[in-house]
Design a protein around this ligand. Structure first.
Ligand code: ZN
Length: 186
């Protein structure tokens, strides 16, 4: 669907609601799916592999530029519109850094899997709410599975400067995943 049409239909769509499932369970679901798609257990999924995966799920990715951004102030961050099962649109503002895009795509996909009931709805991202924690847990498992985290721990110890290019993710996300691992072991 075009961006213009997406903005028009918004009033007929409902905001998504949290699923309240156990966060560990959600993390594992993300991890299992990420590993199923990734044919290599040696490296992370590349941006194009993630793109292909979203497209194979009948998701379309739109990049919104600054002009459109100004016109449609209600889209101030990445978001997703779900139309029905296997049909959704993800919107990513162009100012989102490349290193953040993989995370954003899977975070939005997580909203589709966990919060859409595969009916007409959209995600509105507001702070560190339960619904955001749920999507985050799924994305962490998907993009940073346990075996690759253990591998990184062995190779790079605590040096986050190596973790960033290995996982192709921003520091904030990596730190959140390391915290997750600590809690698991603690
Ligand atoms: Zn979100």
């Amino acid at each position: 669907m075009t961006l213009k049409n997406l903005l028009k239909i918004k009033s007929n769509y409902k905001p998504m609601v949290k699923c309240n499932r156990n966060l560990r369970e959600i993390f594992q679901e993300g991890e299992t799916l990420g590993k199923k798609i990734n044919k290599s257990n040696k490296r992370v999924l590349t941006p194009s592999e993630i793109h292909e995966f979203i497209e194979s799920e009948k998701g379309e990715i739109h990049y919104i530029d600054m002009l459109q951004f100004k016109k449609h102030q209600d889209i101030f961050d990445t978001t997703i519109y779900v139309h029905k099962d296997k049909l959704f649109d993800i919107i990513i503002p162009m100012h989102v850094l490349d290193i953040t895009k993989r995370y954003k795509m899977i975070h939005e996909y997580a909203h589709y899997i966990l919060h859409s009931s595969k009916g007409r709805c959209y995600a509105c991202h507001k702070g560190n709410t339960r619904i955001e924690q749920e999507a985050h847990a799924f994305a962490l498992g998907f993009l940073m599975p346990t075996d690759l985290v253990e591998k990184a721990e062995k190779m790079y110890k605590q040096d986050i400067n190596w973790w960033i290019p290995f996982f192709l993710l921003p520091q904030k996300i990596i730190e959140s995943r390391i915290e997750w691992q600590k809690n698991k072991n603690g």
